[in-house]
Design a protein around this ligand. Sequence first.
Ligand code: SAH
Length: 257
Amino acid sequence: MSKENTSIHDFNLNLICEYYSNLERQGPGSPEITLKALSFIDNLSKESRIVDIGCGTGGQTMVLGQHTEGHITGIDLFPTFIELFNQNASQLNLQDRVKGIVGSMDDLHFKDEELDLIWSEGAIYNIGFERGLKEWRRFLKTGRFIAVSEASWFTEERPTEIEEFWKDAYPGIDTIPNKLAQMQKAGYVPLASFILPENCWTEHFYAPQVTAQETFLKRHAGNATAEGFIGNQRYEEQLYNKYKAYYGYVFYIGKKI
Ligand code: SAH
């Protein structure tokens, strides 16, 4: 990549980071759904070690923190998200048990068999579902849990427009039975899987973006990159409304064997 391209890339990332910093969530989900996924996990105690990978500003991590007793580490690539994460933890008085650190999901520094629960909502796609499940497995104690949400197809066949969109955005998207088989092959018993309801997209993800987009466009008036980014966000929302029968997010909960 040329120097010029690198700086454009960085600028894009800064913009994207700024945009998402103003939102409570950086992906589809809801507190209810975080708790539903958590309900499949047993034997957590004050001693439990939990990690939330690709935690963003910690919307779901704070819910976990309020409903578990153990220590939670949130990890995200973006320092701005981690700053907001730690502010959120302090505001909820969770700072002694819930801590955000900057790091990358492909370079984690935990000991083997150290963790009781690996959590990751709408983020494992950054490393790939299969790769993430395989690489993170060694950090978990045997018999302990992983819970991730991931874009998945609901049908065997899809209209070309949405197929092409996902082929470009995330070729790792697959059907639920295929994802479950990948989880099994990676060394986990699939304990549960369920589709995130539509309100995780509409009410909790897209609705808060309406105001965030207006503010963002005002702040970056005339900036073609910023306008292009918002155009893309709106296009993705339109695609969701048009094709939601064919894809969505699915929570997958597995137990290390
Ligand atoms: N879990 C949050 C955020 C999901 S968005 C939520 O559901 O709201 C995906 C997150 O993954 C972003 O916060 C992004 O910064 C983070 N991310 C992207 N690549 C990463 C990497 N290599 N390591 C750690 N985090 C990463």
